[in-house]
Design a protein around this ligand. Structure first.
Ligand SMILES: Cc1cc2nc3c(=O)[nH]c(=O)nc-3n(C[C@H](O)[C@H](O)[C@H](O)COP(=O)(O)OP(=O)(O)OC[C@H]3O[C@@H](n4cnc5c(N)ncnc54)[C@H](O)[C@@H]3O)c2cc1C
Length: 424
């Protein structure tokens, strides 16, 4: 089999890259994924928050472009421009937020600072322990989205333009050859793919999970092995990007870290009178809890700081809710003193040392590109990054946004890291 471009991984990033390549006229593109339904893919398991209010100009720019793209298709993507309200109890963090507000507003984000006494008026739901809060930021152009609708759009548009999506195909190996006359440079010639059988869509047998946590496939599930030759390969394997890089002898910096979120039921009669909970956007509490309305419930998440890296999909259920979610919700909003765990899930963050993603060409391998490790930002960064990467691949230069700062070479020296700290 052959394709001009092979994209390993068909999550929101791989699908966006396929769409942007096809839009630029590159049709002989093949996306390979073990499970295009993505039941363990971060793209299916995230919180649906989208914002451009980051610290690093390249993250602000790619997210701003993505949000503009979402805004143009607001109904199709379920984009609700309801803002992010971010509370601070640390004066130093607030000082930095004030400093970053200037960078963010230079890009038209319209971020406002709220004093402690303005918070209850802005959001009457937050009525408890506000004396701890030293200030807040309100970014009205941020909001919430249906990430599945976005990924479905990228994929169906790409397919309509001729991109092939291979489901139940596991990228197992990669063959490289030396580039004559360029010492130390290799190029990818082909990838080796295993077609998997005996796996059902809901993964009742746990076979998909086993593959994605052990990175091995039982002999009994191997249907066929195929080699796909390609001119260009793009690594969009999300939290699994490192497993692939390892096969090329590239030592990666990304770690897969479990993140849990849950749906919380509450009594509407406990809400402040006249408060329209369903019109709320994202609230990020000073305790690092985040929440927003979701289909009549609260969707709430919290990243346990001591979570060890690993390919772990266990969800701690009511324990997670009782230990981490409920105390924080009730601490800030009396309406949530009585609330209950409905259900929840866990997914993987692909975390880099500076909490910014990795995108661009891979040094030392002439025709290998990558876009992965977007921590908690992959949905909101998808279009901006994918468009710039497609430009780089097709035209040799990214014109919509300079992706160079996101290149992996930045990890060679700490000075070129892109630290993001407002990270949930
Ligand atoms: C709990 C949680 C909350 C989040 N909240 C937000 C949020 O509010 N906003 C936001 O923007 N982002 C959020 N994120 C992050 C966001 O979901 C990710 O950054 C994004 O989905 C990453 O997309 P991806 O395409 O890189 O990876 P994935 O969606 O993980 O896709 C990778 C794909 O690779 C496939 N794969 C892996 N190994 C192989 C192999 N060897 N062969 C073939 N296929 C393979 C997998 O099947 C998968 O489909 C959240 C993430 C989590 C876990």
């Amino acid at each position: 089999m052959q394709a001009s471009v092979v994209i390993a991984g068909g999550g929101i990033i791989g699908s966006a890259v396929a769409y942007c390549l096809a839009e630029r006229g590159w049709r002989d593109v093949c996306v390979v994924d073990l499970d295009l339904a993505g039941i363990y893919a971060s793209s299916e398991l995230n919180a649906g928050g989208v914002r451009a209010t980051w610290w690093q100009p390249v993250n602000i720019e790619t997210c701003r472009q993505t949000l503009d793209f979402f805004r143009e298709r607001r109904a199709q993507f379920g984009f609700r421009e309801r803002g992010y309200l971010w509370l601070y109890d640390d004066p130093e963090q607030l000082r930095i937020a004030r400093e970053k507000q200037r960078v963010q507003n230079a890009q038209g984000l319209g971020v406002e600072l709220l004093g402690p006494d303005e918070i209850a008026a802005h959001c009457p739901l937050l009525d408890s322990h506000l004396e701890e809060i030293v200030g807040a930021t309100w970014s009205p152009r941020d909001g919430l989205i249906n990430p599945n609708a976005v990924r479905a759009f990228y994929r169906s548009e790409a397919e309509a333009l001729g991109v092939r999506f291979l489901n139940r195909h596991y990228v197992d190996g990669v063959e490289t050859v030396r580039v004559p006359g360029e010492s130390g440079t290799r190029r990818v010639r082909a990838i080796d793919v295993i077609e998997v059988e005996g796996v059902d869509a809901a993964d009742a047998s746990g076979a998909l999970r086993a593959i994605l946590t052990s990175h091995r496939i039982d002999r009994a599930r191997r249907r066929r092995e195929t080699r796909i030759e390609c001119e260009i390969l793009v690594n969009c394997l999300g939290a699994w990007s490192t497993v692939f890089s390892g096969k090329l002898g590239i030592r990666d910096v990304t770690e897969a870290v479990r993140r849990q979120i849950c749906l919380v039921g509450f009594e509407r009669s406990a809400l402040p009178q006249g408060f329209d909970f369903d019109a709320l956007g994202m609230v990020v509490d000073a305790s690092d809890l985040y929440f927003h309305p979701e289909g009549g419930h609260v969707l709430a998440g919290y990243s346990i700081p001591e979570e060890a890296p690993g390919f772990d999909f266990a969800y701690d259920g009511a324990d997670f809710f009782e230990t981490f979610i409920w105390p924080r919700l009730a601490h800030r909003a009396s309406a949530f003193e009585r609330c209950g765990h409905v259900r929840g899930w866990s997914g993987l963050y692909a975390v880099t040392p500076d909490c910014s993603g990795i995108a661009g060409p891979v040094p030392g391998i002439a025709n290998l590109f990558e876009a992965h490790s977007f921590t908690g930002r992959g949905v909101m960064q998808s279009f901006g990054v994918a468009r710039a990467l497609a430009e780089r691949i097709v035209d040799g230069v990214s014109t919509s946004c300079d992706l160079a700062p996101l290149g992996r070479q930045r990890f060679a020296t700490r000075e070129s890291w892109l630290p993001e700290s407002l990270h949930i």
